[in-house]
Unconditional design. Structure first.
Length: 372
């Protein structure tokens, strides 16, 4: 039997790209002879991230539709139809040459051309939506694809579909292998004191950094140990400012997230779909601070999908500077609250999401009529 061919189409942000890579790796585990190709947008970060993960990627012409009313955006939007048509032609060419058995979209505008052309050419299609609020590609394509896979049940409030599978969101498999003792040893921390982990991403988040700068002395005074991933732009400033504090590690970037998560008692972060999925799968009580700078405020909806069930604490970005230390200590000092949050996370956790999504798309490929 000839090997099956899979196209995974995604791009724009790590929140779309990392889950796609996780699923690609799981497909390889379940079907070692599978052929996998990514399709992304020209100039997108996926063109670096995907090859770094060991997969081939081809790019098509595509860009998002700018929502802010500026002269530059107006000019850009006027050329949108032309760029989109060019992207469709390029995607069609890739599909006809590669002859995939299935095309899987993971959201983001970069996935639109390949997904649209796959439907037009009767190639089996699947679409995974990770957020609590669907992106425009999901809203347009969810009624047209063969399989709609959702990572957050709250998205059903916004989609007019009756056929779907709740799979949860893929997370990096390495995160499930974290070792608490190894994490404590790596940071030089004591096992008897709680660990607070703030992550603002590789570039850092200004409001989160300012909030931690205002809170870290009181946290250390309360016997907390703090891991502060502040981003490369801010590391030197905060490392110098708080060099006198013991029990504090300030880092521009953390590569060993598995052991870091494992030793953390409380996580403070933005509320992107991937982060929300990770803290849920790992059952880590968290204070979520949605970014105010994302399309359609989807991070707030991601956070609310947890807070409605008592599985996290939400703090608004505008309030985090004043509220952070109090919320951290409230969570750590109230054992009943802490256990309630952990129990709610356990009830929501879907640790096998990556395997489930891979199995669904493999089943689609195996049912496929090989003629495009």
């Amino acid at each position: 039997m000839p090997s099956k061919r899979f196209i995974l189409t995604t791009g724009g942000t790590g929140g779309h790209i990392f889950p796609a890579i996780a699923v690609a790796r799981e497909i390889q585990q379940l079907m070692p002879d599978a052929e996998i190709l990514f399709v992304g947008a020209k100039g997108g970060m996926e063109n670096t991230m995907v090859p770094d993960a060991g997969f081939k990627i081809l790019s098509v012409t595509v860009s998002g539709f700018a929502r802010r009313l500026t002269l530059k955006n107006l000019i850009r939007n006027l050329s949108f139809p032309l760029r989109y048509l060019q992207g469709l032609w390029e995607a069609s060419r890739i599909l006809r040459i590669y002859q995939p058995d299935v095309v899987i979209g993971f959201g983001g505008y970069a996935s639109a051309p390949a997904l649209r052309m796959a439907v037009s050419l009767n190639v089996p299609t699947a679409l995974h939506e990770s957020n609590a609020y669907p992106g425009i590609v999901t809203r347009l394509m969810s009624s047209k694809v063969k399989e709609v896979l959702i990572g957050n049940e709250a998205v059903l409030h916004y989609l007019k579909i009756t056929r779907y599978r709740f799979t949860g969101n893929p997370i990096r498999s390495t995160l499930l292998t974290g070792d608490k003792a190894a994490g404590l040893l790596a940071y030089g921390f004591e096992s008897s004191k709680p660990v607070v982990f703030l992550t603002g991403g590789s570039l850092g988040a200004l409001s989160l950094n300012e909030a931690m700068a205002a809170s870290v002395e009181s946290l250390v005074a309360a016997n907390c140990q703090v891991i502060w991933q502040c981003g490369s732009r801010y590391a030197e400033r905060y490392q110098k400012a708080f060099a006198h504090l013991k029990g504090l590690v300030v880092a521009p970037f953390i590569s060993n997230m598995a052991d870091t998560y494992a030793c953390a008692d409380v996580v403070i972060s933005r509320a992107g779909a991937m982060t929300v999925s990770e803290i849920t799968a790992l059952r880590k009580p968290a204070i979520l601070v949605p970014s105010p700078n994302v399309a359609e405020d989807h991070q707030t909806r991601n956070a609310e999908s947890l807070t409605r069930k008592g599985a996290a604490i939400l703090v608004k970005d505008a309030e985090v500077r004043d509220a952070l230390s109090g919320e951290i200590l409230r969570l750590l000092n109230n054992k009943e609250l802490y256990q309630t949050v952990q129990s709610a996370l356990e009830a929501m956790s879907v640790p096998n999401a990556t395997q489930e999504i891979a199995r669904v798309v493999i089943a689609l490929a195996e049912r496929r009529n090989p003629n495009v």
